[in-house]
Design a protein around this ligand. Structure first.
Ligand code: SIN
Length: 288
């Protein structure tokens, strides 16, 4: 059996798991330990994973069912469980979503049942002058909630917010305007309402569940008050003390919890520098 070690990525959240090779069989006992670290830490890093697409999918499946994203153009052919995030084109056509996630968000928060987590595998990373670009930043929504003043915590606990997919999809992007969503895509993703303070489905800890990418308004508040409170919360989440910034290496498999964290991909690399990441996305539980 593989012997795993764990070391923290930041004082507040995130962990690196060492001593585990995901191309080898993972016993139920070892998987249980990994899952516990994932639920407790929010972000989990495995370095040096030389795994196939099927091994990536199979390991992800151990956590439960996988999402098939509504953006069919970014799905890997023959393996729709993998959403490709890449600026690489083949035969004149992008192989994935060119600049996905370059804003603070949690994956699929705009669904009635938001995603449990995502597993991103670095296949190619952009480099300039020996430095790897295209980091991904994470915020702990548990630490962010904990740090709020008591009266604001109390107020937020009774409130809900609207999550809207098109807000993130249609925003300004370095790659230019995206093709409009089809009527089928729009029908599959109506606006949804989730509590602003979400109880983590596995640990029960309160998480601040609003993200700049997809949240449009707080239910029941006048627009000006809703805009101003949301802006305050979005800014609060950016405090350095809640952030982990990941500098990628090829072979990193990084997984994150889509309730206890938000993330943002840093688009600081030129179009000519190849970046290719493969993502699987875990189905979650209804927000409570
Ligand atoms: C994502 O939001 O899933 C993409 C993150 C990244 O490419 O760094």
């Amino acid at each position: 059996m593989q012997a795993m070690q764990v070391r923290p990525l930041t004082p507040k959240f995130g962990a690196e798991i060492l001593g585990v090779d995901l191309s080898q069989p993972i016993s139920d006992e070892l998987f249980g330990e990994i899952e516990k670290v994932f639920n407790d830490s929010g972000v989990v890093l495995f370095r040096g994973q030389n795994i196939t697409e099927d091994q990536h999918i199979d390991f992800s499946h151990r956590f439960g069912p996988l999402e098939i994203h509504v953006r069919k153009d970014a799905l890997m052919r023959h393996r729709p469980e993998i959403f490709v995030v890449s600026n690489v084109s083949e035969n004149g056509k992008p192989i994935g979503s060119v600049d996905a996630g370059q804003f603070w968000h949690t994956d699929l928060s705009y669904k009635k049942v938001p995603s449990r987590g995502s597993l991103l595998l670095a296949r190619e990373v952009p480099m300039r002058d020996g430095k790897v670009l295209g980091d991904t930043m994470f915020c702990s929504t548990i630490a962010a909630f904990e740090a709020l003043p008591a009266d604001l915590k109390q107020k937020l606990s009774g409130l809900s917010a609207v999550h809207h997919y098109e807000k993130g999809y249609n925003r300004d992007r370095p790659s230019g305007r995206r093709k409009p969503l089809t009527p089928e895509q729009l029908a599959a993703l109506p606006d949804v309402i989730h509590p602003i303070v979400r109880k983590h489905p596995y640990t029960g800890k309160p998480c601040l569940f609003v993200n700049e990418g997809y949240v449009t308004e707080i239910v029941g508040l006048p627009k000006a008050e809703s805009d101003s409170l949301l802006e305050q919360l979005f800014q609060h989440c950016l405090s350095e003390e809640f952030i982990y910034r990941h500098n990628w290496r090829v072979g990193d498999l990084l997984m994150w919890d889509n309730c206890s964290t938000q993330h943002c991909a840093v688009g600081d690399y030129d179009a000519g520098l190849r970046r290719r990441m493969d993502r699987t996305t875990l189905t979650g539980a209804a927000a409570a």
